[in-house]
Ligand binder design. Structure first.
Ligand code: A3P
Length: 313
């Protein structure tokens, strides 16, 4: 196993071992009205994060859990590697370099941001946070943000399976119980609809590009090209093909033992669109359709999600 992959895998294994000895009720804590996983987040880290200095050449990936953040993280880090004339995914790449940290901005210890201040540019930063909970410097310094969204029914479906597969999140006896919690802000990182409507306030800014899980799935080459253009990274045909090949579900799943250890099996589950049809009841469809209407339909992000195409039976 590569050195960087091993460091990350060891960290994840430690976190999961700690979670095993915790009671279900201890796995989440509430901070400013939103639940977060206790094993990776803490109020101290959130306080320290407020003074984090973002750089104008940082690259941020913002995505609610289960929208495909690990997928897009690889695409972005591969593109950054290419821009630095490094081989994507190699030991000299951006991911290997910054793997000493847990992969999300809000995960880790309060000293993390001091260490991050010493990392060379360009830094890659992923986050599940809503915009109002990101450090002010992110917007002040006009950091480029790729905002990743996914149809809410597949997000809930993926989140349900993830919660039951991962010791650091509360597990559920039934899908119905999970659905109730998901719709009443009781899952980690809060309500997905509120997340969307908060980010929608920023969706017109020129430093923010929104992409959907479904469009990357539909045409990965076009998605990679568009993201590279947004970041100002020139790509030749060979480099494009390499990124596209490396980010296919099959490649990432195959490589996941190396990159994510046992966690890989939970993370790279089905990698498709419309798995919600296997879980949602008619009543749950109605409830989610109504929540979508109330929160986000008609907005820029709401339209981008193509709800009728991906979320109607
Ligand atoms: P499913 O549970 O529907 O399979 P995140 O990384 O934000 O936790 O998101 C995880 C979801 O992204 C999972 O969805 C996972 O299978 C999917 N995913 C991960 N890598 C992918 C890839 N290369 N192509 C398509 N989907 C991928």
């Amino acid at each position: 196993m590569e050195k960087s992959g091993k460091t990350f895998v060891n960290k994840v294994e430690k976190i999961l071992a700690a979670a095993h000895s915790m009671h279900r009720d201890e796995l989440l804590f509430s901070y400013k009205g939103i639940f977060y996983p206790t094993t990776v987040c803490s109020p101290e880290v959130f306080q320290a994060l407020e003074s984090f200095e973002a750089r104008s050449d940082d690259v941020i990936l913002a995505g609610y859990p289960k929208t495909g953040t690990n997928w897009l993280s690889q695409i972005l880090t591969d593109l950054i590697d290419i821009s630095q004339k490094k081989t994507p995914g190699s030991e000299s790449g951006v991911k290997a370099e910054q793997v000493k940290e847990l992969p999300f901005l809000e995960f880790g210890d309060a000293e993390k941001y001091v260490r991050m201040s010493k990392y060379p540019s360009p830094r890659f930063i992923a986050t599940h946070l809503r915009p109002e909970n990101l450090p002010k410097s992110v917007f002040k310094n006009k950091v480029k943000i790729l905002l990743l969204i996914r149809n809410p029914k597949d997000v809930a479906t993926s989140y349900y399976h993830f919660s039951n597969g991962l010791a650091s999140l509360p597990s559920y006896e039934t899908w119905d119980d999970f659905f109730t919690d998901f719709m009443t802000k009781k899952t980690a990182f809060g309500c997905y609809f509120e997340y969307l409507s908060e980010w929608n306030k920023y969706a017109d800014q020129e430093n923010i590009m929104t992409i959907t899980y479904e469009e990357v799935k539909e045409n990965p080459a076009l998605a990679v090209k568009t993201i590279a253009a947004f970041l100002g990274i020139p790509l030749n045909e060979e480099q494009l093909q390499l990124v596209v090949e490396r980010c296919s579900f099959q490649s990432m799943k195959k490589n996941s033992e190396k990159t994510h250890g046992k966690f890989g099996n939970v993370l790279f589950r089905k990698g498709g669109v419309s798995d919600w049809k296997n879980l949602f009841t008619e009543d749950q469809n109605e409830k989610m359709d109504k929540a979508f209407e109330e929160h986000i339909a008609g907005t820029k992000l709401g339209k981008k999600l193509k709800y009728d195409l991906y979320c109607k039976a």
